[in-house]
Structures are given as C-alpha cells and as structure tokens.
Design a protein around this ligand. Structure first.
Ligand SMILES: [Mn+2]
Length: 311
C-alpha cells in the first residue's frame, strides 16, 4: 500500500495534509515531515492545522507554501473522518497514513499499520521509499512523533523498529536536547498551579486501581491555561503505582466532556469503544454528555469490567 501512495506522490503535483484537531507531536511530526519530503521532490504541499506553541519548532523549517487547489488530500494520524480539521472544507479524502487499530477506512487509499508506535514511523518508511535524503527537518519531525507517542520510550507500543528508526535519524536531529526540553519541560507557572489543583482533587476507585481526574472550565479559566497545556495532565494517573486505569474528564462546555482513558492493561480502546470512541490499546478517548455525576457513574461501570484483580 505504501508503494501505491508513493505512486500518487509521484503522479500529482499539489497536496494538502490534514490531521486531527488539537494535534499532538505525532500528528504534527507526521504532517510536517511528509510535507517537507513532498516539497523536497519539487511538489507543492501545505499542512492545514493549528500548531500549539510548544511544537512551533516543527514547522519553522518547512517552507510555508500556500496551495489553493490541491489535487490530493492526505490525512495523517487520523483514524476517523469525524476528526478531520477543518471538517466542513474537506469532503474527498484521498490518502490516509495511520497507526490506529480502530481506523475507519474512510479514505480512498489507506495505509494503516497499528504496530507502529508512532505514525511518524510509517511516514519514515514512506520517505525512505521516496528515496530522498533524511535531513534535519525530517529527522526532527520523525523523532518528535516517536518520543511523544511512546511517552519517551516508556510505553508498551515501543518495538525494536522504533529504536532502529531512532538510531537511523539520530545523527540528523538538529538539536536533541532542545527538542526534548521544548516538548517535555518549559511548563508555565499556571500549569503547575492547575496540576496541583487537579491532583489534590483526584478520586480513587476499585482498590486504588483506577484514578479519575476532573478538569473543569472554571479551573481552566481561573488559571488561564490553554487546551494544549492541559493535555499533559493525562499522564498523571499512570505515574501512580498499581494504577491500571486513568480517567481524565475534561469539561468542554456545560454537560459535555472529553474523556481520555489511559491503561496499563491494554483495555483503553475497548473501554472507549463502549462510548463510541477509540484510539490505542493503552491510550484512547471519547466524548460524552450528561451531568457529571451520571457521566462518572457510566464510565466507572464500564471500567469495573476491565479491572484485573489478583484474587
Ligand atoms: Mn499517533
């Protein structure tokens, strides 16, 4: 399938690259890495997305080409057409390169490899097929996807291929320490405040095997933090020993929530599918409406089924 995608890249001349809203390091690394590679073979390519402050370094070295009438639309790290951003503008989705087991197969041509820890691993394979030199822009993009989607090589999605690709691109990475510190450090004072508030109010269930965090709109406006900063809070539950399931409930608007599930027992995708969401084995999400007490009850009822007890 990658060869089919390569043919499309060679045949057509102008591309838009799309990814999901609130893009993470893998979504952006996949987008800008591929965009830069396409520009390198002399074609026109533009990434359509909002870029969170901390990932600005990824796009700074890619030519900002404006492509008015793209012949081909490519979606990366995007499992479901419902998540396309901006949704209204794009109807015909030609190519999809992804690594979500729950990919909905919405594009005309899909390369989906759920074994890849990060989708930038898939983009890397494609770039290798394109037979272009891996430069620092591409290396930075591929690495950013890998280091973020593996939680710094911590999650069970890491394979020997993950390390192999990393070792191949490492000599080309522009500034290794700068990238890591930019992504994982440099927190604002307000972020620290909201984190302490969220931790202080977290709830434990099922013999402390499940931790639930709530991020309300009130809290967010009180500390004036952006959505992109909040995403970091999803890593808190799994830092606690014996926790199998982390639930992070973020209030979008009154009685409407985005719920992120993190697990150590590969049940995240299954839990989220119960609520028509999805993602990966150990990290997935869904949206839900209702009042908070009801919402919590419904979620915990499903989680209970997946909690593994030793006795
Ligand atoms: Mn990803």
């Amino acid at each position: 399938m990658l060869k089919k995608i390569l043919k499309i890249l060679n045949k057509y001349n102008s591309f838009h690259i799309l990814t999901h809203k609130a893009p993470d390091g893998d979504a952006l690394g996949s987008s800008f890495g591929l965009c830069h590679a396409i520009q390198t073979i002399g074609k026109k390519s533009q990434v359509i997305c909002e870029i969170p402050e901390k990932f600005m370094f990824l796009c700074e070295n890619t030519k900002n080409q404006i492509v008015h009438h793209p012949e081909i639309i490519i979606c990366v790290d995007l499992p479901d057409e419902k998540l396309v951003w901006p949704k209204e503008k794009y109807k015909n989705l030609d190519v999809c390169i992804d690594h979500h087991a729950a990919n909905k197969n919405y594009a005309k041509i899909t390369y989906n490899n759920p074994k890849a820890a990060a989708n930038t691993e898939n983009v890397y394979e494609l770039i290798k097929l394109m037979n272009i030199k891996i430069d620092s822009v591409i290396a930075d993009c591929i690495y950013t996807g890998i280091v973020t989607d593996t939680g710094r090589f911590k999650f069970s999605n890491v394979t020997s291929r993950t390390f192999q690709i990393t070792s191949e691109i490492l000599p080309k990475i522009s500034n290794f320490e700068f990238i890591n510190r930019t992504i994982f450090d440099n927190r604002s004072k307000n972020y620290l405040m909201i984190e302490s508030e969220v931790v202080k109010n977290c709830e434990f269930y099922f013999d402390d095997k499940c931790v639930l965090l709530i991020i309300s709109r009130d809290l967010m406006s009180k500390f004036n933090v952006k959505d992109e900063e909040i995403s970091e809070l999803t890593s808190i539950p799994m830092k606690i020993s014996n926790v199998q399931t982390g639930v992070i409930i973020k209030e979008k608007e009154k009685n409407s929530y985005k719920v992120s599930i993190r697990t150590s027992n590969k049940s995240a995708n299954k839990i989220c599918q119960e609520f028509y969401g999805g993602g990966h084995d150990n990290a997935a999400a869904f949206e839900i409406s209702g009042n908070l007490t009801e919402v919590k009850k419904r979620i915990l009822k499903v989680i209970k089924i997946f909690i593994v007890s030793k006795n």
